[in-house]
Design a protein around this ligand. Sequence first.
Ligand code: NAD
Ligand code: TYD
Length: 349
Amino acid sequence: MKKILITGGAGFIGSHVVRLFVNKYPDYQVVNLDKLTYAGNLANLKDIENKSNYTFVKGDIVDAAFISDLFATHKFDAVIHLAAESHVDRSISNPLEFVMTNVIGTVNLLNAAKANWTAAPNNRFYHVSTDEVYGTLGETGMFTETTAYDPHSPYSASKASSDHFVRAYHDTYGMDVVISNCSNNYGSYHFPEKLIPLSIYNIKNNKSIPIYGKGENVRDWLFVEDHARAIDVIFHNAKTGTTYNIGGHNEWTNIDLIRLLCKIMDKKLNRAQGESAKLITFVKDRAGHDLRYAIDSTKLQKELGWTPSLQFEEGLEKTVEWYLQNEEWLNNVTSGDYKKYYEQQYTKR
Ligand code: NAD
Ligand code: TYD
């Protein structure tokens, strides 16, 4: 029996982690704590919401008193922390919100864990982080676990800060912590503000696909269910105080990725080949846009035996199919404020 607090479980990656833990570990009690911001959606968990080992709590990790009460009530054995503001573009327009949730929220959780776990040495705090803390690569090389932190965006600066706090609680107070830094995820339940789901949504609706700059920036894409599996493996097997990089060895320039996506969309929507690619529109570049991310996940593969399960083309096709079959989900998350935000977002070059 274990009682695990998963934060941010109504978001994209969090919902996959919650689903995996609830289904795979019927003996664990999973408590999903989420503020339900624009990015959090309980519809992401419809299939498991009635399971007896699952509980949802709505709340804000920035509220220290609330977090302290929650820990006192539930006596968690472990935390898997995913709650965050996660979109780089939003961090450029509103950095403070990222400091509040990603830094202050993480420290609130660490403090509550520290206060409740002093008597029990084996309570694990797992912090889910990003490869963006390492900054940007040039044409060659890869991020390893020993690459120095060099964040550039307010988002990555806030995640780097939270990673440092988590390590500090290990080094200073002896807390059992683990951290993983993962590359860009894609798959179902991804909010359509990020490149892949936004492009699927726009292609479906015959809207332009905004490509920042020349589309030459490189990201290393991993199927979200492979990330959730890696979190499971690391949570159960990593030594205390360790860090693992998670990635799919799957680098794509944005423009090549979008061309591939356009081909898949033409096929799935029965459009003539080349039709969707006509929607590609180059727009003003993102400020401070990191050129290239690439993750070396050899440590995770060698030490814990994890490997990605899907080829990118297969994963992307599955993802497109999911979005086309889940029109109601897509319509719901793109109603309300969504339209206003996106109409203001882009300037054509
Ligand atoms: P997301 O934006 O889809 O979901 C974040 C969730 O956190 C939402 O459900 C939201 O409601 C919740 N949340 C936000 N602020 C909160 C607060 N103050 N209190 C409680 N809940 C709050 O994000 P995601 O893409 O699923 O990312 C999850 C985690 O994984 C983040 O920590 C992110 O930094 C990290 N990560 C993401 C990626 C990626 O490609 N998306 C890659 C590596 C790491
Ligand atoms: P994104 O999905 O926002 O993830 P991240 O910034 O965390 O890597 O962006 C992925 C890449 O796609 C990044 O290089 C920025 C670029 N991009 C576009 O070209 N157009 C868009 O509309 C978005 C959202 C991103």
